[in-house]
Write a protein that binds this ligand. Structure first.
Ligand code: IPE
Ligand code: IPE
Ligand code: MG
Length: 235
């Protein structure tokens, strides 16, 4: 495939409805969702995607019933373990965005292991947004920047968009070219607010566990028809 967007972000939505439609519990839906991601990441790398950023757990998802949150955290733990096991075979680099300080010490240790093991990999980066909120990202960046100004390490005059962006969790990544949301929902739900200023958005009715490489290729096909102007003119 040619002209593949370098950075694709996905709001993986619809696990709950997928489970419900099959008379299964939510855990089964989330498990199927995690499998869909594993499959898709391998295929996405093959077609030339360089960065795949996925929304796994939002800062608002803590509002769900405790048993669902616990199930999600357990699944994320298993998912990370699987990646650790797979990392000898594949070349993907795993990165995390979000406030990891709220996660259990055990999960954080696992995550640290995985980040360490894959940090020099040269393949596609899979960026997992965990306890991520776009507003929270911006607020944490503002705090770090304010502390640097207060401490004399930065001056107020230096503060511009480029400097501010370097304080975000996505500091050294390009902005997403394409944002996909599954399950027919048409909202950002506090995902990459700063970073999607000029991202092309694609909504798709499929529920996340049913989303395949064919659907991704369809989204990319649409993306290729778009005229990205960034506020200017392409005449
Ligand atoms: C997305 O699926 C996964 C997470 C938010 C963690 P949902 O659980 O939101 O699925 P629906 O929206 O209830 O169908
Ligand atoms: C967004 O989905 C978060 C993730 C996919 C992790 P939600 O299901 O939480 O979003 P809302 O509540 O429908 O906006
Ligand atoms: Mg949802």
């Amino acid at each position: 495939m040619t002209d593949v967007p370098e950075h694709i972000a996905i709001i993986m939505d619809g696990n709950g409805r997928w489970a419900k439609s099959r008379f299964l519990n939510k855990a089964a839906g989330h498990r199927a969702g995690a499998q869909a991601l594993r499959r898709l990441a391998v295929e996405a790398e093959k077609i030339g995607v360089k960065i795949l950023t996925v929304y796994a757990f939002s800062t608002e998802n803590w509002r769900r019933p405790k048993d669902e949150v616990d199930t999600l955290m357990d699944l994320i733990h298993d998912y990370i373990q699987q990646y650790i096991d797979d990392s000898k075979k594949n070349d993907m680099r795993i990165r995390m965005i979000g406030d990891l300080s709220r996660l259990s010490a055990e999960l954080r240790r696992k995550i640290d292991d995985l980040l360490e093991m894959t940090k020099d990999k040269k393949g596609m980066s899979v960026v997992i947004a965990l306890n991520y909120g776009g507003r929270d990202d911006i607020v944490r960046a503002a705090r770090k920047l304010a502390a640097d100004v207060k401490g004399g390490r930065k001056t107020l005059n230096e503060v511009d968009e480029k400097l501010f962006a370097s304080y975000l969790d996505t500091a050294d990544m390009p902005d997403p070219d394409l944002l996909i949301r599954t399950s027919g929902e048409m909202r950002i739900s506090n995902f990459l607010l700063w970073q999607t200023a000029y991202t092309e958005i694609y909504y798709c009715d499929k529920l996340w566990p049913d989303f395949t490489i064919k659907d991704l290729e369809k989204a990319i096909g649409q993306y290729q028809q778009r005229n990205r102007r960034y506020g200017g003119r392409n005449e």
